[in-house]
Design a protein around this ligand. Structure first.
Ligand code: URA
Length: 264
């Protein structure tokens, strides 16, 4: 393995450790180095990567006429016509390969007037099956995190950077983020939250266009298009690594303080 790929491998391992994984299988097949290069390069740090395309330009081209579970739009985002309209525009999106692989488009759910938005990375298997964000084990833990700061899921809005599940829960690819992030941007414009909580390193790095570590992104208020943004651990990482629960609790208290001054 040459020097540059050693660097990618080191970054890959650091990333998995940060996610709380202590074991993984690495297969050094010929394609591995190529894939590694693709998925581990610090693409989230590239400020120019994500074009300024709007959500409607994302959907105007290849959208299927019908959404697989369009009835969700009523229950997920009731009471907000703009959000419903956006859902109708984007729920059949096939702009990237994930659109053909998904079972369901996972738009997000919650209060369309939420003051706080939680933003994860991408749907997992359970979310893909149900068409809802954070409904698997990590989702149940997220619900507990939300309730720990004396809020309920129905008070907030939960979304992901990607709306479709990457196969095998691999990291989102830059081109997928580029296609999908405009939808999230539109959601944020419509919901107008006071605070965004980015769940995990990939969410934080993607939204903030930085390659900084999760450790350095935590504990500060960032600015995301004039909305306060706080970064904390991904709930899946907390399930895998008990020692991060205490600092995550500090982040959540910080979030609540920044939101309305409540001390927990
Ligand atoms: N992990 C995420 O980042 N998002 C989900 O919706 C579920 C798991």
């Amino acid at each position: 393995m040459n020097k540059s790929n050693q660097k990618y491998l080191a970054a890959f391992i650091a990333q998995r450790i940060e996610m709380g994984e202590s074991e993984w299988n690495v297969s050094l097949r010929p394609t591995f180095e190529k894939n590694l290069k693709k998925s581990v390069t610090p693409t989230y740090a590239d400020h120019n990567l994500i074009s300024q395309q709007t959500a409607s330009s994302v959907v105007s081209e290849d959208v299927q006429s019908a959404c697989s579970r369009s009835m969700f739009s009523d229950t997920l985002i009731s009471g907000n016509d703009s959000l419903k309209e956006l859902y109708g525009e984007v729920c059949g999106c096939k702009r990237c390969q994930l659109g053909s692989l998904r079972k369901n488009f996972v738009f997000g759910e919650g209060n369309p007037d939420a003051d706080i938005m939680f933003i994860g990375e991408a749907p997992g298997a359970e979310e893909d099956a149900q068409g809802l964000p954070f409904v698997g084990r990590a989702g149940q833990f997220l619900t507990q995190m939300i309730e720990a700061i004396k809020l309920h899921r129905k008070d907030i809005f939960i979304a992901n950077i990607l709306k479709c599940r990457p196969p095998g829960n691999r990291d989102p690819r830059p081109e997928e983020i580029e296609m999908c992030e405009p939808i999230l941007k539109r959601q944020i414009e419509i919901i107008k939250p006071q605070v965004i909580c980015a769940l995990g390193r990939i969410s934080g790095q993607t939204l903030l266009r930085t390659g900084d570590t999760l450790g350095s992104l935590r504990g500060r208020v960032h600015n995301y298009h004039d909305v306060k943004l706080i970064v904390t651990y991904h709930p899946a990482a907390l399930l895998r690594n008990y020692k991060w629960k205490r600092p995550a609790w500090e982040d959540l208290k910080f979030l609540r303080r920044e939101y309305d001054g409540m001390e927990l």
